[in-house]
Design a protein. Structure first.
Length: 246
């Protein structure tokens, strides 16, 4: 049986700052950082956390001193500050192992392709086995690859892009894509996804693919898009399913 963790109760967050790697273990600081997906005022932080203003002020000062967050003046109240995350978010360390056992070696490692695939799977498995999730770095890696992939495409329309994308996934052995288009989003169902092949985690793990889709469609639409993996074979779903929102 795979352990189920409550990820909202993550104990440790990891950031890269201009002063080096910083580790955040304080539950209140983590609660504050979870709020800073956008610029947030100190008053809103106090209200959301239920802590006193003096307590929140101390934690905000610590995070500022660590160069993890920064602030700007509130456009409607120059006496108020809006706080936001300034450092690069690297990942999280969970209090318990995310998986019980390391993945078996599935690839033929006598050839270069199989070796490189297995190196990635085993390294990722080791990190997750010890409770270390570096999905933000994996997503950035995939996004860089996605942008380079888009530069190699010849498509001018969305339909042409989707056709090239499906073929590129087949050529690279990444799996078989099926696509559903709506007015404001794209749904990709990936069958036989190589990134999570025979992996048994309790979380979506296809972060390279997620990043690739983000890079490709951000380049195509010439603006940032959001990508979420809502199903993953590593969670015993039938497909790995990604939603790209324009």
């Amino acid at each position: 049986m795979i352990p189920i963790n409550i990820y909202e109760n993550t104990k440790i967050k990891i950031y890269s700052t201009s002063d080096g790697i910083k580790i955040v273990t304080s539950p209140i600081k983590i609660q504050i950082l979870n709020m800073l997906t956008d610029k947030v005022s100190e008053a809103d932080i106090v209200k959301e956390t239920g802590k006193s203003k003096s307590t929140i002020s101390v934690h905000l000062k610590n995070l500022l001193d660590e160069r993890i967050i920064s602030y700007k003046a509130h456009p409607l109240d120059r006496r108020s500050k809006l706080f936001y995350i300034y450092a690069d978010y690297i990942g999280e360390i969970y209090p318990d192992n995310i998986i019980y056992a390391l993945p078996e070696i599935e690839q033929d490692i006598s050839n270069q392709e199989g070796l490189f695939i297995e190196i990635y799977r085993q390294f990722k498995g080791l990190l997750l086995h010890h409770g270390l999730d570096v999905s933000p770095l994996e997503i950035i890696t995939g996004e860089r690859i996605g942008k380079k992939t888009y530069d190699e495409f010849k498509a001018e329309t969305l339909d042409e892009l989707l056709d090239e994308l499906k073929q590129r996934f087949i050529d690279l052995g990444l799996g078989d894509l099926s696509i559903n288009i709506t007015d404001d989003s794209l749904m990709f169902k990936l069958k036989e996804c190589h990134e999570c092949y025979n992996l048994e985690y309790n979380m979506a793990t296809c972060n390279i693919v997620k990043g690739m889709l983000k890079g490709i469609f951000s380049a195509f639409y010439k603006k940032a898009v959001s990508v979420e993996e809502v199903e993953c074979c590593s969670k015993y779903d039938d497909h790995c399913t990604f939603i790209v929102e324009k």
